[in-house]
Design a protein around this ligand. Structure first.
Ligand SMILES: *Cc1c(COP(=O)(O)O)cnc(C)c1O
Length: 349
């Protein structure tokens, strides 16, 4: 049996009639109208009106840039909201399960807990690639979503294209590819495969390369049919007006964003060269993202030494396959210089 959106959508969601907001019923076409429909305060201060519930201006620009249509897009209050909507649309509490592939992003597990969905974990292989045979053995008819993070957090590597294709073909549920770090990667986005795989969902975010973690804007890209299901359950005004404004400004500033990305990649490569000479660093894992995972002699010890000298990194040692690993985010040139100095001091302690 092949992928069927109808089969995997929860019964209560199928029959749901979404809340219709004032701004859904009537949206300004630009002509002068008197708005007395939404019980707003009429005195203008820039944010006294409800924001566009469908974020039309922002979606038009994003759709153009990604070569898709606005109907292929759903925006969330961070990608975390997008991921939560996917759980709520497709996973029946206490009955369904999802598949995640540790070591990976922690939110898949947290959200499965919140939504009372079994999280079936299939470890990545030693080189941090999906174990396709094991995944296919683990899924059953109640497996609704498979989460693949590429480039993967915290390991930094991209997931093999061949393995993803195989999983998209064999898994009858939804395959989510989390592309939070795609703008740092030399590989192309999976967006161009949308028409080929009806079960493909891609998530992206403005929190990393776009430098807008503070405004909370997550992006979900999928078939129009999947987006229509998610639209039924999203909170009506989930993207506030200030976020829509800031995001629009930023996504239009394409050359500034790509300049910053280039600078971060350049800094990352300089940092990797220095890290390779640090005596207590045993392995530097290949990365397609704006962070570097390293294996050290004693992660707890190195972590607290860095902390004492004012540098906060992430100790990833409790994650599967990540014993004694530390994750460094690439900062500005000045910040990285400071990190390098501190690493040298620690070496001599
Ligand atoms: C940082 C990150 C996100 C971003 O989440 P937001 O809620 O959009 O800030 C999503 N997925 C992964 C794997 C991440 O590392």
């Amino acid at each position: 049996m092949s992928f069927s959106l109808k089969n995997i959508t929860r019964e209560n969601i199928k029959g749901l009639k979404p809340y219709s907001s004032a701004r859904d019923e009537y949206l300004s076409d630009g002509s002068e109208m008197v708005f007395l429909d939404a019980n707003e305060n009429p005195f203008e201060n820039g944010v006294n009106r409800y924001p566009d519930p469908q974020q039309r201006s922002l979606k038009a620009v994003l759709a153009g840039q990604k070569g898709i249509e606005a109907e292929n897009l759903l925006l969330g209050n961070g990608s975390d909201e997008v991921l939560d909507l996917l759980f709520r649309a497709f996973c029946e509490p206490k009955e369904d399960n999802i598949i995640s592939l540790p070591p990976t992003y922690g939110m898949y597990k947290v959200l499965s807990g919140i939504n009372d969905i079994e999280n079936r974990e299939v470890l990545l292989t030693e080189d941090f690639q999906p174990d396709v045979t094991e995944i296919l053995k683990t899924i059953d008819e109640r497996s609704k979503i498979l989460f693949i993070c590429s480039p993967n957090n915290p390991t930094g590597n991209s997931i093999s294209k061949e393995r993803i294709v195989q999983l998209l073909q064999e898994f009858k549920g939804i395959v989510v590819i989390d592309e939070a770090y795609i703008d740092f990667s030399p590989n192309e986005s999976w967006v161009s495969y949308l028409s080929e795989f009806p079960n493909l969902v891609i998530t992206q975010t403005l929190s990393k390369a776009y430098g807008m973690a503070g405004i909370r804007l997550g992006i979900c890209i999928a078939s129009k049919e999947i987006i229509a299901v998610l639209n039924k359950i999203k909170p009506p005004y989930n993207i506030n007006g200030l976020t829509q404004l800031k995001a629009l400004e930023r996504v239009l500033a394409t050359s500034m964003v790509s300049q910053e990305v280039l600078e971060i990649l350049n800094e990352r490569n300089k940092l990797i060269k220095v890290l390779s000479k640090v005596s207590f660093i045993i392995t530097i894992y290949p990365t397609d993202a704006n962070f570097v995972l390293v294996k050290v002699d004693d992660a707890d010890k190195r972590y607290s030494q860095l902390l004492k000298k004012g540098i906060v990194i992430r100790n990833r040692s409790t994650q599967a396959l990540c014993e004694n690993t530390l994750r460094f985010t690439v900062g500005t040139s000045t910040e990285n210089q400071k990190l390098i100095e501190v690493l040298k001091e620690i070496e001599d302690e």
